[in-house]
Design a protein around this ligand. Structure first.
Ligand SMILES: *Cc1c(COP(=O)(O)O)cnc(C)c1O
Length: 343
């Protein structure tokens, strides 16, 4: 329908006219031969922003996370990971299929502290899988885009390294975490050995993520990327879009956060919904229906011009992004109020 407001995800953004122009004019080469100038530029820029010596452009955040598992772990190793993390829940079981790791969930709602992490490290005795990696997600999607407290990230990094473990940060939305905390992406990623970050969510590029880490790890990841079919050719059209997004669409994520807060406040005024305002820290609003089913409500909302995602039987997610304005939020609230009448 015309005027549809799409709050399903920040992945639905479309490249702006300026971005399309830059893509059209990008100089390119065959990146499997290492000859794409924009791929080199983007990887250098991303490494610098994330504070790591090297970085690798990959088609998806899923591949970035899978490369991290493959680079850090041997088959049968144990990975300590927060509840409902993307690498466990949303990657089609790839961690089991390719890296063949064992996941042990730590803490609640995606968050844990160093003490909980240490308590989950398996003994060296041969019954146990050998713990090798700790993985955290910042911001954490399923918890409604909450920021992982940096004091915990630092303590987890120290404890992990003290136990001979590596730390991977799934920073698909690290740009949002950076804007919300005022900490540079490099500061957020400092405790981690590898960090993945996404260009195709709030930043608005059409495709692409990056994995950053040491030169040695990224060299290994480069081989695994080829193995998984992620060696791409004239990839500069995509990398130019990502570079443009890093320059022009990072600071404006603050607008998405303001819009999310306004949406949450509006929803909280309606008695049909329950919203934990303390969870609304970035561009995601996860809320509960007091009655009815999320999947029915999502259908009704779509009929009235707002697309949302159901996260659970009564849990719904709305995500703000580049293609949603403050005025759209007011319209969305009016439509959702109407949709809630059926609950
Ligand atoms: C979106 C996302 C990814 C990567 O998703 P792709 O669709 O594979 O690019 C990874 N981690 C988190 C936390 C995400 O939200």
């Amino acid at each position: 329908m015309a005027g549809m407001i799409d709050l399903r995800s920040d992945t639905v953004t479309r490249p702006t006219a300026a971005m399309r122009r830059i893509m059209a004019e990008a100089d390119v080469g065959d990146d499997v031969y290492g000859e794409d100038p924009n791929a080199r530029r983007l990887e250098e820029r991303a490494a610098e922003l994330l504070g790591k010596p090297a970085a690798l452009f990959v088609p998806t955040g899923t591949m970035a996370n899978q490369l991290a598992l493959l680079c850090h772990c041997e088959r049968g190793n144990d990975v300590l990971v927060g509840q409902d993390n993307h690498c466990v829940l949303y990657e089609s079981g790839a961690g089991a299929a390719w890296a063949q790791v064992n996941f042990s969930v730590v803490g609640r709602d995606g968050f844990f502290d160093a003490e909980q992490m240490v308590a989950s490290v398996k003994p060296a005795e041969s019954h146990f899988p050998q713990t090798r990696l700790v993985a955290i997600e910042n911001t954490h999607n399923r918890s409604g885009g909450q920021v992982f407290p940096q004091s915990d990230v630092i303590a987890i990094g120290e404890a992990a390294h003290g136990h001979g473990l590596s730390l991977h940060l799934d920073g698909a939305r690290i740009w949002n975490a950076s804007v919300a905390t005022g900490l540079a992406p490099s500061e957020l990623a400092e405790p981690a050995d590898t960090v993945s970050a996404c260009f195709s969510k709030g930043l608005g590029a059409p495709v692409g993520s990056v994995l950053a880490g040491s030169v040695e790890i990224i060299r290994k990841a480069h081989r695994y990327r080829k193995m998984l079919g992620g060696g791409m050719r004239q990839v500069g059209v995509l990398c130019a879009a990502a570079l443009h997004a890093l320059d022009h669409h990072r600071a404006r994520l603050a607008d998405d956060h303001t819009n999310a807060k306004r949406l949450a406040e509006g929803l909280a005024q309606l008695r049909e919904f329950s919203v934990d305002m303390s969870s609304v820290q970035t561009n995601i609003v996860a809320f509960e229906l007091r009655a009815g089913l999320a999947r029915d409500f999502v259908l009704r909302a779509a009929e009235l011009g707002v697309r949302l995602n159901a996260l659970g039987p009564q849990r719904v997610r709305a995500v703000t992004h580049l293609d949603v304005s403050a005025a759209d939020i007011e319209t969305a609230l009016a439509r959702l109020a109407q949709a809630s009448g059926a609950l």
